[in-house]
Design a protein around this ligand. Structure first.
Ligand SMILES: Cc1cc2nc3c(=O)[nH]c(=O)nc-3n(C[C@H](O)[C@H](O)[C@H](O)COP(=O)(O)O)c2cc1C
Length: 360
């Protein structure tokens, strides 16, 4: 892991980044991940067609209310001029870094020759990157895949032309466009890309634990890691991974009481950001992911995803955790709490340790 990583004038507070995920990495989730140790969190992909930016969904994607980290806007498109105009407009809206999507395999994106479909057309990639870098006047980064198909892994060529065009960092998902999300990410191409360029490279794909992150760092020699699906339902993973990479210390998952606090605060920010109707619906998927990482939460999950009001969702969540805490207390009266490794300056110390300390 490279210490003191910078992208242009911005020094990243950490080298473990949240991956942009449409429908997931909205402002509330980004802020939560930043609070729990993510070094950077890009917005969900925004179309380069800025005529469509007045829809409610697009407005939300460009809404940075309450975001304390560096503001990164990801744009997707295929026309160099439109991409450059979109970059300029995003900067006018407050973006501090523009990220270009060369990685999305979704059919509706690729049909328009955007996202990872662009990897097929290196000249067009060069044109887009050059025009966006010229227009943006802020650092521009690229999120890409390793190539178009396993037979056409042109990731190294794309990375080199990106660096030559003035791109300041790359995040590379270790799959090709054709691989979609199938199989397992491969990291050898990321390693080849890292050794071919002098800009920071972040390795991405299938990283769900601190140990996997370390393995990927060792294989790729990347400057940092980008995590997407692994953070769903466990945003504290950023702190766990960065502490493990820096100090080889395992930070335990937060206690039940701390999870309750994190989840309730996440619910609250979603309701405030989206309003009652949409907030309740968006919260359902996050609650489902949180439940997947909690034991015996199936009954709670079934009930909470059916609730139609924020008050009910909150109440059900509080009751679930109250019961869980009661059961834990009873168990603890006969249980010797294990000793946890102490890690001095962990960012989430407040979250992760306060409960443990109370009981040891
Ligand atoms: C639901 C979902 C939405 C995604 N949306 C985007 C996006 O908007 N822009 C982008 O560059 N990648 C997007 N991705 C790809 C992720 O950023 C990431 O590269 C991929 O999930 C692999 O990383 P992971 O295994 O850590 O999840 C998305 C992935 C998922 C699962």
């Amino acid at each position: 892991m490279t210490p003191n990583l910078t992208i242009g004038p911005y020094r990243l507070p950490g080298a473990v980044l949240l991956a942009p995920m449409s429908g997931v990495s909205d402002a509330p989730f980004r802020q939560l991940c930043l609070d729990l140790g993510a070094g950077l969190a890009a917005s969900e992909m925004t179309t380069a067609d800025s005529r469509l930016w007045n829809t409610r969904e697009s407005r939300r994607r460009l809404d940075f209310t309450g975001i304390s980290g560096i503001r990164v806007v990801q744009i997707a498109g295929s026309e160099p001029g439109a991409m450059a105009a979109a970059a300029r407009a995003a900067v006018a809206e407050g973006a501090q870094i523009i990220d270009i999507n060369l990685g999305c395999p979704a059919k509706k994106v690729c049909r328009k020759l955007a996202g990872s479909a662009l990897l097929k057309d290196e000249d067009r990639v060069r044109e887009i990157l050059t025009e966006v870098v010229d227009a943006a006047q802020v650092p521009v980064t690229v999120k890409m895949r390793t190539g178009w198909s396993p037979e056409h892994r042109n990731g190294v060529r794309i990375a080199r032309l990106a660096e030559a065009a003035g791109i300041m960092a790359l995040a590379v998902h270790g799959r090709t466009r054709e691989c979609m999300y199938k199989g397992h990410a491969e990291y050898e191409t990321i390693r080849a890309i890292k050794s071919a360029v002098n800009i920071p490279v972040f390795a991405n794909g299938d990283i769900k634990t601190p140990q996997q992150a370390l393995d990927v760092m060792r294989i790729t020699r990347a400057d940092g890691i980008m995590i997407g699906r692994g953070a769903q339902g466990q945003p504290w993973l950023f702190d766990q991974v960065s502490t493990f990479l820096r100090k080889k210390i395992i930070v335990p998952a937060p206690s039940i009481a701390t999870r309750r606090d994190i989840i309730l605060s996440h619910l609250d920010t979603m309701y405030r950001f989206y309003g009652e109707h949409t907030g309740v619906r968006v919260a359902r998927k996050h609650l489902t992911w949180y439940c997947q990482r909690l034991q015996d939460a199936e009954d709670f999950r079934k009930r909470v995803v059916l609730s139609t009001s924020s008050a009910e969702q909150m109440q059900l969540t509080k009751i679930f955790f109250e019961r869980r805490l009661g059961a834990e207390k009873r168990r603890r009266s006969t249980y010797q709490f294990p000793e946890y490794p102490v890690c001095g300056d962990v960012k989430t110390k407040q979250f992760v340790y306060q409960e443990i300390k109370r009981h040891v």
